[in-house]
Design a protein around this ligand. Sequence first.
Ligand code: FEO
Length: 425
Amino acid sequence: MKPAPDAVEIAPGTHWIGALDPGLREFDIILKTANGTTYNSYCVRGSSGVAVIDTVKASHAGEFFARLEQVARYDEISTIVLNHLEPDHSGALPELMRRAPQAKLYISTKAQLMLKALVKDTELDYTVVQTGDTVDLGERTLHFFSTPFLHWPDTQCTLVEEQGILFSGDVFGCHFCDARLFNDQVGDFRFSFEYYYQHIMRPFREHVLEALELLEPLALKLIAPAHGPILRDVPQSYVQRYRQLASPLLANEVGADNKSLLVFYISSYGNTARMAQAVAEGAETVSGVRVSLYDLQAMGDLPFVDLIEEADGIAFGSPTINGDAVKPVWDLLSSLVAIKVRDKLGAAFGSYGWSGEAINMIEDRLRGLKLRVPIKGVRARLIPTDEELGKCHDLGKQLAQHLTGTIDRRVISMSELLAQEPSHA
Ligand code: FEO
């Protein structure tokens, strides 16, 4: 591995002044980092001001200040931009502001709460910016783009207009540490770019698409993310890749006017399987719904997570074993944190021997994931009767009707309501 470089000029007057963390193997507990990460920050020099874009994790502040001092004096710094306030980018901010007290801090509207939590009792002056706001550094203009939820509420991107440099924060970044810094010089980091998108950006797909509407029209010459390689070779290809990753895959198969309902089940003796079949058949009686039936015993989670991301409704069938739903069901449910499932419709059903807790447990988990569970689940002790299979059929049909907006709404008359009023005699 090449030794850590000094400050590196990435474009005339603009330097990388970040820090390398090659020993990191796990980021934020959930992300594996095969060869560490970088905390990228940048210094932009204009004819009338110097800006620092993002800082680094507090543990790496020494490296950051050493590189900053190679390219600017503290009393020259007029502007500090924090594109994102998670501690890996804001850790050195309090100390930077102490060393450059004249600098104005620019953050997004939603970053204000986080800034207060970060600096606690210290009063900091700051200016809130949003899309279209600019800061003039003299022949270098910083132009802000509000890109919230990529991947925190506060995230924004900053463009140097004259040079086409986009400081993109976590967007287009990845955890990959290579002192050669630039995408045309570092090792093959494609796996890391994809992994980072899947784990960090994917749950916010709608926000990715909104951000792309802002960023795609820009004539970018270089993307400078907050982690991983600096993208100077064909930077637009990374924007295009985000577009591909965020675009629905199944729209053609399901049809724009159709709703997609997925019925998952797992079955020890075929009882829950029969219930699943009945749920699917009931749903198929409703036109405009494409129903798919899957046995969870046959596959891992991954293809199903992709399908669920684009489905409108999901039903889970599980037996109850030892007072619980079975592991493949929980495994799939726990995988759904990687995608947006809020407001999809959910349902549960299953066969049981003694107690049948699985159905309520699955329904609770679905609600916890912010799905809507409009119909009470169906339980059947051991072998489902024809009546219980009929309830499963109704469950599927009603779920499909909810999806298509054709559910019969029961109209309660005033006389019915009055009849239900308790007597005050
Ligand atoms: Fe790299 Fe969301 O912090």
